[in-house]
Design a protein around this ligand. Structure first.
Ligand SMILES: Nc1ncnc2c1ncn2[C@@H]1O[C@H](COP(=O)(O)OP(=O)(O)OP(=O)(O)O)[C@@H](O)[C@H]1O
Ligand SMILES: O=P(O)(O)OC[C@H]1O[C@](O)(CO)[C@@H](O)[C@@H]1O
Length: 429
């Protein structure tokens, strides 16, 4: 169970007057039900009302670091996400132009670039280097997966005289940032380690929306529209679209709602079966008999129990590798209709990498600017071991220790999923 003190932010140096939850707090009273519905908070303090206040982000009266003697570094890790370059660029301008930090380093290829044995020295960022990068997808700095020893990476920060490190990445990245913050604190080093959560999956706990998510949804919507056109153009046409979402189906659900053209949406949070009267295949057959076409959206983490696999495999960061549910469904649907003697045509679209490698749209660009600015403010104020995220329409400081290792997922009882069910009508067939 979390308490207010769990939400307190670590700050370098003496305790400050504008310390957590007093000056800058956003105390909000929730009923347990409201907290669960709105923010997927699964802890409560015993009472029927709780007061939860993340420290509000923003420039502080007391700036902890002397900007002119500071050296900042920025690292991007994990999978790509629209807006990575916007965050790097905005961080650079906020640190160098607004605060006057003379050196801002770009760490190359994720946490690998913090390990000197990898032979990837940092780039010294300049305004010429970053001025146009926000027009491009991907990350100008490069990214990687795979662990680095926090003792080695903190040695590197120390040896380079880096006193602010900005870690842009998903849950794994924030875990790595936390490990470095703990190591730095153990050594009594004055290094602020500040996270900026990134994932198109939007599955970071205590973060209402991550940057890149809305861009990914609008790209996914375009692909769903293509699948719909394909499906409508032939008798018994089936458009099948696979989208990312290892543990959470936010992209699939949001793109379904945005498009309004999806008939079956499958997400990791809601188990489904293929066989039987209530299975996907029978429902699909009933739908085709009436409407002659159908669109299915499947999140990559859905239906993994259906895939016969010989033990689990993991990527370099320890994330479980998933079987290809899209290809599996395509084959099963084709087999089913062939057996029934019903001609059907499945068009399978897998835009996974396409939707995350594009440049950020306007909504995400705005969010990236906000998060980068507030992350620079937090680090300059000596805040550490925390990320800057969106909470109740405010940018706030969230301690890494309370968010990492947990996943935000769709609650099937709540509005997002009930809206998907209403729009698709998938339970009615
Ligand atoms: N528990 C951990 N402690 C230290 N470092 C970690 C930990 N988990 C992951 N990392 C490191 O953080 C980096 C990014 O992790 P990962 O590849 O899981 O991506 P991510 O940040 O979760 O982003 P994505 O959402 O794209 O998967 C990797 O270098 C990984 O080794
Ligand atoms: O193929 P990669 O680069 O490991 O990334 C795949 C993963 O990245 C994510 O989009 C998270 O960024 C997951 O949904 C997906 O499984």
């Amino acid at each position: 169970m979390l308490t207010q003190s769990d939400l307190a932010i670590s700050t370098l140096g003496e305790p400050q007057l504008d310390s957590p939850l007093l000056f800058d707090g956003i105390p909000t009273r929730f009923t347990p039900e409201a907290a669960r519905v709105l923010y997927n908070i699964d802890y409560l303090e015993g009472d029927d009302v709780i007061e939860l206040g993340f420290e509000k982000a923003g420039a502080r009266k007391k700036v902890y670091f002397d900007a002119s003697k500071s050296k900042a570094a920025i690292v991007t890790c994990g999978g790509l996400c629209p807006g990575l370059n916007n965050v790097v660029r905005n961080l650079f301008y906020q640190l160098q132009t607004s605060y006057g930090v003379p050196t801002v380093l770009g760490i190359r290829y994720g946490y690998q670039g913090l390990n000197p044995s990898q032979g990837l020295p940092p780039l010294e960022l300049t305004s010429e280097m970053v001025e146009r990068i926000h027009h491009h997808g991907g990350t100008h700095l490069g990214t990687s997966r795979g662990p680095q020893d926090p003792k080695v990476t903190v040695d590197f920060l120390e040896s380079q005289g880096i006193n602010m490190l900005f870690c842009i990445g998903g849950d794994g990245t924030q875990k790595g940032a936390h490990a470095m913050a703990v190591e730095a604190q153990k050594r009594g080093l004055d290094i602020a380690i500040v996270g900026i959560p990134k994932t198109i999956d939007n599955d970071i706990k205590y973060c209402y929306r991550t940057f890149g998510f809305l861009t990914a949804v609008s790209e996914a919507e375009k692909i769903i529209d293509c699948a719909h056109v394909e499906a409508r153009s032939v008798p018994n046409g089936i458009g099948l679209v696979k989208l990312m979402g290892r543990e959470a189906g936010f992209i699939a659900a949001a793109a379904t709602i945005a498009s309004g053209e999806v008939n079956f949406t499958l997400i990791p949070e809601v188990p489904f079966e293929l066989e039987g009267d209530h299975g996907l295949l029978a429902k699909l057959e009933r739908r085709l008999a009436v409407r002659s076409h159908a669109v299915i959206v499947v999140a990559e983490g859905a239906g993994q129990h259906l895939l016969a696999r010989q033990g689990d495999e993991y990527d370099k960061s320890g994330n479980r590798k998933l079987g290809d549910i899209g290809l599996y469904l395509k084959q099963e649907i084709n087999n089913y209709f062939a057996t029934r003697g019903t001609p059907a045509s499945v068009k399978y679209l897998d835009p996974s990498y396409h939707i995350r490698s594009v440049a950020a749209n306007a909504a995400d660009s705005l969010l990236c600017e906000q998060l980068a600015r507030q992350a620079a403010n937090a680090a300059m104020a000596g805040k550490t071991d925390m990320f800057v995220g969106l909470w109740q329409n405010h940018t706030v400081h969230v301690p890494l220790s309370i968010s990492t290792g947990q996943i935000k997922r769709i609650d099937p009882e709540q509005e997002m999923w009930t809206t998907v069910l209403a729009i698709t009508g998938q339970d009615k067939w």
